[in-house]
Design a protein around this ligand. Sequence first.
Ligand code: XLS
Ligand code: NI
Ligand code: NI
Length: 438
Amino acid sequence: MAAFSDIPKIVYEGPKSDNPLAFRWYNPEEVIEGKTMKEHLRFTVCYWHTFRANGSDPFGAATMQRPWDDGTESVENACNRARIAFEFFEKLDAPYYAFHDRDVAPEGDSLIETNKIFDAVADVLKEEQDRSGVKLLWGTANMFSNPRFLHGAATSCNAEVFAYAAAQVKKALEVTHRLGGENYVFWGGREGYQNLYNTDMKRELDHLAKFFHMAIDYATEIGFTGQFLIEPKPKEPTKHQYDSDAAACLNFLRAYDLKDHFKLNIETNHATLAGHTMMHELDYAGMQDALGSIDANTGDLLLGWDTDQFPTDYYLCTQIMLVLLKYGLTSGGVNFDAKVRRESFEPVDLFYAHIGGMDAFAKGLKIAAAIRAEQGLQSVIDERYSSWGSELGQKIESGSVGFKELEALMLEKGDSAPSGSGRQELVENIVNRFMDKV
Ligand code: XLS
Ligand code: NI
Ligand code: NI
């Protein structure tokens, strides 16, 4: 069954095109800084929002029109939906997809049954991957929807829930491995707390670390060499999520001897919820050699929750691409962890949404590359830090002087040399100039 027969294959038509079903900026083969756009961006469609979100919210029922989906949790419906999903990836020219186990395959009456269903759907996914060439960027396990996880999964107060979660991740790793997944993601789900009065935080974090070590051991055992990623998020569904931001994740990874095995999957809306910008989170992860992948979405600054909207803001995408060009996305990609609004319920809206996101990132990539080529921002940075190139600066950076030598110098000079201008307005104008140019 074809679901999108009235939609053409989406192709690049250039910035002058007014065809809403064409790319204006995303030109997969265009080379930028020595790599094609396709190689830089590694666009990924997420299965959960795009094929499972039904538009319901706490105040109202489902709204999405998905004529191919019979709305049941049957295996047949899951397999059929999988084939439709690949039709979508191909029409959109998206090279990757990503899923949670429960997005692609429903849960059975027992773990044995659940695993069998997952295998049956995985057969279809494998067949479709081989046929289309679309690849799996990452797999993950949903350990937050089922009520068994109400206290968390690896951080649950119930040891049997920990065991169930372990079994579930074991299976998800096997399937991800079988499908050639390039990464495996852990988003904390319900790993956090609602109230510290009833929480043994130290014990829960020890358990979380144990869980990750078990995952590493099992991956080694089955020969899965994909990158493990942790996805920071500060709150929602819990009041406090343990993986609250990039810095907290890195601290946890170091404290528990996990740093060498994990990188981070940074999501824009989560950065906002943490009170940071996406650029901050990316730069922080990048400077610690922990930038793995990104969940490309955006929030609404007037709303305090994870609205997971499609990113269309050129400034946001430029900022992201400035950092990604600096550090590079290695095994990661640009995953649209984003959903169409409840009011945008037609299938064609899925195309408009992804096209808009892909174009915004492609334009952000071009602008960021142009800014880097001109070196305007870099020369402001170089100038601002130029004193560190002096003999004094070099001595401090190399660690060859201490407080006593520095005091002696200042006693002799009487005061420090005056500082230069920060040029904030100039750098903002430089970015605006490239917005107009590209
Ligand atoms: C939820 C997360 C989730 C992860 C995958 O807020 O963004 O969608 O990306 O578990
Ligand atoms: Ni996400
Ligand atoms: Ni999210």
